[in-house]
Structure formats: structure tokens, C-alpha cells
Design a binder for this molecule. Structure first.
Ligand code: ADP
Ligand code: MG
Length: 442
């Protein structure tokens, strides 16, 4: 049955390729010109063969007509091959077989069909597939099968309308570098965009105005602290006010950090600081709604008393939120911290108050759903299945990042990247903003 299904599908698929060939032909002026010249030559030839028919014997005339007919049959066959060549890109047949083998099929056993393959000047491939109702999630699950089938590294899969799936990829020979050093030239100029690292096709960025909070996961030594610091350094360079909760005594943060950021090292202090941030959040909220501004960027556009974005960061958020072994009073304190962080997660975006949190503890109780569900941008470094599942809601980081990788991360939108290596010494130097930012809490 399965065999029969796949055979009829292989046959029916040819019709799609042929139809696609005609579509490609009509869309390409060059192909239209070649077709026109080709058929003109064929018809001229036919005319030349039968041009003397009027004056010939009937037997010669019949043979001439036969030759002319044969010419048309052969010319048509060549033309059909040409249309197929246009409609069925290299690798399309192999891709069908690979999809079948890997189970990338719909309920009727139909595989996607590769309809178009383009490559741009940066050697980035764009593959357009005719899709027969296979959901995007299923495509993502089969990413590695598609990659090995086509010898490509996929950078993105997205839907185009209901019928097409567009896959962006680079050659399988491309490999991600294991080391990319941060330089100030890498700082994105747009407000408020941060660079995380490099993927196959360029810089991975996050725009905090759109995805306001980040959660970084990964086991010890995966590169979380370096990524977190690289992001916080960029925030400082862009003029944000950075608060860092660090109960480990600041060993991870050399002196330069203490000059540029505010450190919180005790629980009581943390409760107080978070309360201040919530007060600031509500003050901004009231002011924006009184003055009819939708968000901090719109407010800042008017040019005076500009507000700074505020970043609350923590390198091991489990330390702030772990309740094990605590008495009732202490548990209440933790609940207050949790509630404040959840409020920022929920409301912070429009008012420019952001969370950048990291964790290595694969413990679902530590980061409540309230906080996690409001953090849209999540990245996970080297991790086991449990940690990857907690951070990304899938085990992909454990599958795709090797156990020896450092600074290699996967985002929850499936982008694999090498984070910038960042050395604290490159944090020296101050950027001029032209005027002072105003902070309502001051
Ligand atoms: N982006 C990176 N590129 C290359 N090596 C890195 C990178 N980030 C971290 N490392 C290496 O991994 C080690 C551990 O990094 P760290 O950020 O302290 O990990 P974590 O905080 O997850 O325990 C670093 O000392 C460094 O040698
Ligand atoms: Mg660390």
C-alpha cells in the first residue's frame, strides 16, 4: 500500500513539476525569448520540408509530410524536457525520496515538492516548496533531514501563503565559527537593538522594543555569563540604566562593571530595588497615558527629559527565587521578588523596563510560568533535555549543540548562533549621548 502510494505520488508529482515549468517559463522573459526562437526555427524547418509539396509526386509528398510530423513530435518532446528542466530544479527528485523516507509527508503520503531554487550574491539559498498541508512545526522537526538531503544548513523556514514553504539556507560546507570576538563596530545602531552573535548568514539581533525580555539557559560552562555580560555592556553603551542582582559576591563582575551598573547583593535590598522599579513603571504608565504616548520611544521622540531604558539582570535567577529550606518569612520575601519580576515581565515593554535573566538550573519550580510565559526571547546553550525543554519548550538545544560547545546557542525561534566572545576590558570607554537622560525615580 505504502509502496503504491509513493509510486502514484511520484507520478502525480510530475504534473506539478510540469505546471511549475510552464509557470516559470511565463515568468522569465529569457525563457520566453528562447521558446519563441526555438519554435520559429522548428516551424521554418517544417515549412522548408513541405514547401515543394505542390509540385511533387504523391509518394514524395507523403514522405515529406511524414518527416514534417516527425519533426514536430521530436521538437515537442525536446520542449517538454525543457519545461521539466525549468519546473523541476536539481535535487527535487532526491528531495522527494528523502522526504518520504524521513516521514515529511501529509496524511495522504504526499511529500513537499521543491519548485524553485535560487542563490544570491552572499551564497544564501532560497528554496521554495509546494507544500501539501504539512504544518510548519512538522517542517521544523524534520529540519535535519532536509539539511542532510540537500547538503545545506537551514537558517529559516517560513510559510508563504497556504501553499508554499520558503526555506532559507547556506551551503552545508559552511560551518559556524567557534569563536567570534566582540568589537564595538558590531553594536547595532538601531534603538534598542542588541547583537547576540553570528549565525551562518550574519548577526543575530534582538530588539528590546519588540521582544522586551530575555531568558538565557545553559549548563555550567556553556557561555551564559559571557553572553549576558555582552548584552548588558551593549545596554550600557546605548544609555540604559542596568541593575544586576548578584548574590555571589560579584566575582563574575570586575570593577569596571561596578562603575557602570548598579549591583544588588542582598535580598532585602533586592526587594526594595524591585519595588522602586515597579513604582517607576507605574509613574511612566501614568505619565504616558496622561500625555497620550504609546511607549517610551514615542515619548522620547519629543526630545526633552528623555527617559532611560532600565534593565534588570541576574546571572543565576534560581538563586533569587529558590525557596527550598527557607522559613515562612523568607518564603514571603521570595514571593514578593517573584511578583515584582512577573509584573515587569508582564508590563515592562511599553515603559522601557526589561529583564535579562540567565539560569543553569533545570528546575521547573524556579521560574514560574508567569515569568517564563512573558519572556518571549529565550536562548539556550549546551544543555540536557530537561533544561532545553524548560527554556525553549523543546529538546532541540540538547540535540543540536555539542557537549563540548562553548558560546553556542539556539533561540526559541530556531536560530543557531555563536555568541560573541566578550572580554571585560572592551567595556572601557564611555559613549556620548549629547544630553542627559532623565529618570523619574531620581
Ligand atoms: N562566546 C564564546 N566564544 C568562545 N568561548 C566562550 C564563549 N563564551 C564562553 N566561552 C568559554 O566558556 C567558558 C565558560 O563561559 P561562561 O560564560 O562562564 O559559562 P557559564 O556562565 O554558562 O558557566 C569561558 O571561560 C570561555 O572559555
Ligand atoms: Mg556563569
Amino acid at each position: 500500500m505504502k509502496q503504491w502510494l509513493s509510486e502514484t505520488w511520484t507520478a502525480r508529482a510530475q504534473l506539478f513539476f510540469f505546471a511549475n515549468g510552464i509557470k516559470q517559463l511565463v515568468q522569465r522573459p529569457r525563457a520566453i525569448i528562447i521558446t519563441a526562437i526555438y519554435w520559429t526555427i522548428v516551424l521554418l524547418l517544417r515549412w522548408w520540408i513541405i514547401k515543394d509539396n505542390d509540385t511533387l509526386e504523391w509518394a514524395a509528398r507523403l514522405s515529406n509530410t511524414g518527416n514534417a510530423g516527425l519533426l514536430i513530435v521530436i521538437a515537442s518532446a525536446i520542449f517538454i524536457v525543457f519545461v521539466f528542466a525549468l519546473g523541476k530544479p536539481k535535487g527535487a527528485g532526491q528531495m522527494m525520496r528523502d522526504s518520504m523516507r524521513a516521514g515529511l509527508v501529509n496524511h495522504a503520503g504526499e511529500t513537499p515538492l521543491l519548485m524553485e531554487q535560487r542563490i544570491d550574491e552572499n551564497e544564501v539559498f532560497t528554496l521554495v516548496f509546494r507544500n501539501f498541508g504539512i504544518p510548519l512545526s512538522h517542517w521544523n522537526d524534520h529540519k535535519e533531514d532536509i539539511e542532510s538531503g540537500l547538503n545545506l544548513n537551514i537558517t529559516d523556514i517560513c510559510e508563504r501563503g497556504k501553499k508554499y514553504m520558503v526555506v532559507t539556507a547556506v551551503s552545508g560546507a559552511n560551518i559556524l565559527p567557534n569563536f567570534v570576538e566582540w568589537k564595538d563596530a558590531l553594536l547595532p545602531t538601531d534603538n534598542f537593538v542588541l547583537g547576540l552573535g553570528e549565525t551562518y548568514t550574519g548577526q543575530v539581533r534582538v530588539n528590546l522594543a519588540i521582544t522586551p525580555h530575555m531568558l538565557i539557559g545553559g549548563s555550567t560552562g556553556s557561555g551564559k555569563s559571557i553572553l549576558l555580560k555582552c548584552l548588558l555592556m551593549q545596554c550600557v553603551k546605548k544609555g540604559a540604566e542596568v541593575y544586576i542582582a548578584d548574590f555571589k559576591g560579584g566575582v563574575d563582575f570586575p570593577r569596571v562593571w561596578h562603575e557602570k551598573c548598579t549591583f544588588i547583593t542582598e535580598r532585602a535590598d533586592l526587594i526594595e530595588k524591585l519595588k522602586q522599579l515597579i513604582t517607576e513603571l507605574h509613574a511612566r504608565k501614568t505619565m504616558f497615558s496622561d500625555m497620550d504616548y504609546a511607549n517610551i520611544d514615542e515619548y522620547n521622540k519629543q526630545g526633552y527629559n528623555r527617559l532611560r531604558r532600565i534593565i534588570f539582570a541576574c546571572d543565576e535567577v534560581a538563586e533569587l527565587l529558590d525557596k527550598t529550606g527557607l522559613d515562612k518569612k523568607q518564603k514571603d520575601e521570595i514571593s514578593q521578588i517573584e511578583a515584582s519580576i512577573a509584573t515587569i515581565a508582564r508590563l515592562g515593554r511599553a515603559f522601557g523596563i526589561h529583564l535579562i535573566l540567565a539560569t543553569q538550573r533545570p528546575d521547573a519550580n524556579i521560574i514560574s510560568g508567569q515569568i517564563k510565559n512573558n519572556i518571549d526571547y529565550r536562548v539556550c546553550g549546551r544543555a540536557d533535555d530537561v533544561l532545553s525543554q524548560i527554556i525553549l519548550d523543546k529538546t532541540d538545544a540538547s540535540d543540536q549543540i555539542s557537549k563540548s560547545a562553548q558560546g553556542r546557542f539556539l533561540t526559541n525561534s530556531d536560530i543557531l548562533f555563536q555568541g560573541y566572545w566578550f572580554d571585560d576590558s572592551s567595556f572601557e570607554g564611555e559613549k556620548e549621548y549629547g544630553f542627559e537622560y532623565h529618570f523619574l525615580g531620581d
